[in-house]
Design a binder for this molecule. Structure first.
Ligand code: SF4
Length: 286
């Protein structure tokens, strides 16, 4: 964790009420812990916060998230950094430039959009609109070759119409997410959204979810197939589905399975991507 709490009060979310206001850890403390992890041989370190993009506000010597990343990337060693969660209203072009420039940073951005409808984004109190979100996505596509995206989506937020939902599907097509974490809206007592009229029947919401997942599957499979033929660096994390295979993750967060000895577990391997099984890549040691 690099920070705790949240100041945002999205209308569906209970986090600010239960975890309190945003507090950032001192960069020196994060750096010291980070150096220790690298020295112990950790190969992947994930920086956590409810909204890492607003890291640093309120510190005695304020520092932004991109500069924290730059500071950590100066630590010598063989490791990669991931972070979550980003809030689109605070994610900056400077952050994208940093991802493009720093080799230790994975070329994958989790940028939760929640909805593709400007009307609902307002109701959710998200403080960005679809055009601003797409501007950031397009900037990242331009500056970070091979970048992939994932996101969180809420289906059936109170008052979501078929038109709002169609706008979400449209956004999903435009971005081309590698992965989506999808949720049917569920009421959290004490939040503003809990008191909003919610006339859409549950069956309609599940139907929307099914349509969304079908679209996402098609998009993800096409993106996965497009990776075949490349040789990539993989962090080996576990056993694959078939005997004698290992499973690892690419920098862009895709999973690959390949035949190799278990001694590679926990280290990096170069893998040639030869095919795909649904959204899992298949490969062989290069
Ligand atoms: Fe904060 Fe995220 Fe909850 Fe919004 S959804 S209030 S940003 S924790």
């Amino acid at each position: 964790p690099i920070m705790y709490g949240c100041d945002n009060f999205c209308t569906y979310c209970i986090v600010p009420y239960v975890r309190g206001r945003e507090r950032s850890r001192e960069p020196a403390a994060i750096l010291a812990e980070f150096k220790q992890l690298v020295a112990q041989g950790y190969k992947e370190i994930t920086l956590l916060g409810q909204n890492v993009n607003s890291y640093g506000k309120g510190l005695e010597n304020p520092i932004d998230f991109a500069d924290l990343l730059n500071l950590l990337c100066e630590v010598p060693g063989d490791y990669q950094i991931r972070f979550m969660t980003s809030h689109p209203k605070d994610a900056s072009r400077k952050l994208i430039d940093t991802i493009a420039a720093q080799e230790h940073l994975c070329k994958h951005i989790h940028l939760p959009v929640q909805s593709g409808s400007d009307r609902l984004l307002k109701e959710m109190n998200r403080h960005y609109n679809v055009a601003q979100y797409m501007d950031l996505i397009n900037y990242a596509k331009e500056k970070v070759p091979g970048v992939t995206f994932s996101s969180d989506i809420i289906v059936g937020f109170p008052g979501e119409t078929e038109e709002d939902f169609a706008a979400t599907l449209d956004l999903i097509r435009k971005v081309g997410y590698m992965q989506l974490f999808t949720f049917i809206y569920s009421k959290r007592t004490g939040t503003k959204a809990a008191d909003m009229p919610d006339p859409t029947p549950r069956k309609e919401k599940t139907d929307r979810m099914t349509r969304l997942l079908k679209l996402q599957d098609e998009i993800a499979m096409a993106l996965v197939k497009a990776q075949v033929g490349q040789t990539v660096k993989v962090l080996v994390e576990g056993f694959g589905r078939n005997e004698g295979t290992l499973s690892g993750r690419l920098d862009n967060n895709l999973t690959v399975e390949f035949t190799a000895d278990a001694s590679l577990m926990g280290s990096y391997a170069n893998v040639h991507l030869t095919g795909a099984r649904a959204t899992v890549l298949l490969g062989e040691l290069a």
